[in-house]
Design a protein around this ligand. Structure first.
Ligand SMILES: Nc1ncnc2c1ncn2[C@@H]1O[C@H](COP(=O)(O)OP(=O)(O)OP(=O)(O)O)[C@@H](O)[C@H]1O
Length: 254
């Protein structure tokens, strides 16, 4: 059974059809990269996977069952802009995820449970290369380090699916390369399934095992919102030739 099953899925906001007729299965362990023109519904798609938005119609299953109605620990997300808490130290930012999950009412742990959470958070910080910055505050971190922290925050909850919304879009090229190595390493070591939106076709091609292109194929100039985006390419990256990338580059305004 696929981890995610999507069949004939539509998503509209009022009269604005954003996505139409999406059909795809995502298998556990895949690294799907998603590209497409601005406004074609990529973030909306991630939000549906996260449980923050719902399809208007169609089949949408996680592990063969209807998607849980709220974001849960099985799914974690990292956005382009850092989503960390400025008033908490790096370590506390990562611990918070564990604390909120284990102590839903107080959001705090004590004694042994707190020590254990601290240990797990430190292990995660080591994995993302931030152990030396555990006692710093987010404002003292560079952009790349803040994204490492966001990734640690998501991964400490041990999600099955990691959703990444242009996580490296705001970073300098050199730092991006480090982040690429980090995310590939974490993906492999944690048996993650990743769905990542990017505006960089080559980044999508480099990181993913599967490249999905979202684009509108139907247009009505008088009613620009009447039709939504579909999946126009769904290609296993290992089998993608440079000529296919050039074709996508020329036909889709990413
Ligand atoms: N909560 C909402 N209410 C109404 N319309 C929305 C909402 N969220 C998104 N939209 C609309 O859905 C469409 C798709 O938006 P979305 O952010 O998913 O696109 P995107 O492909 O991620 O764009 P970008 O690449 O610029 O980030 C847009 O027309 C947007 O205005």
């Amino acid at each position: 059974m696929s981890l995610v099953t999507i069949k004939n899925l539509w998503k509209s906001y009022g009269n604005n059809v954003v996505l139409e007729k999406l059909t795809l299965n995502i298998e556990a362990g895949e690294f799907c990269t998603l590209v497409g023109p601005s406004g074609c519904g990529k973030t909306t798609f991630l939000k549906m996977l996260l449980g923050q938005e719902y399809p208007t119609k169609g089949t949408f299953l996680l592990d063969g069952k209807p998607f849980p109605e709220e974001p849960g620990v099985e799914r974690g997300i990292v956005f382009q802009r850092y989503s960390v808490f400025e008033h908490l130290s790096v370590l506390k930012n990562v611990m918070l995820g564990i604390e909120l999950e284990q102590s839903k009412f107080f959001g705090r742990l004590f004694g042994k449970a707190k020590k254990q959470a601290e240990k797990e958070a430190m292990t995660m910080l080591e994995a993302v290369g931030l152990a030396d910055s555990a006692n710093k505050y987010p404002s003292e971190l560079s952009g790349g380090m803040q994204q490492r922290l966001s990734i640690a925050q998501s991964l400490v909850k041990k999600p099955k699916i990691l959703l990444l919304d242009e996580p490296f879009g705001a970073l300098d090229p050199g730092i991006r390369a480090d982040m690429h190595a980090l995310i590939l390493d974490l993906w492999k070591k944690n048996n993650l399934t990743v769905v990542m939106v990017t505006h960089d076709l080559h980044e999508g091609f480099y990181l993913g095992t599967r490249l999905l292109v979202f684009d509108k194929v139907r247009h009505d100039p008088l009613q620009p919102n009447a039709y939504g985006a579909r999946i126009t390419y769904d290609i296993p990256v290992g089998e993608t030739r440079e000529s296919v990338l050039e074709e996508i580059d020329q036909t889709v305004k990413i």
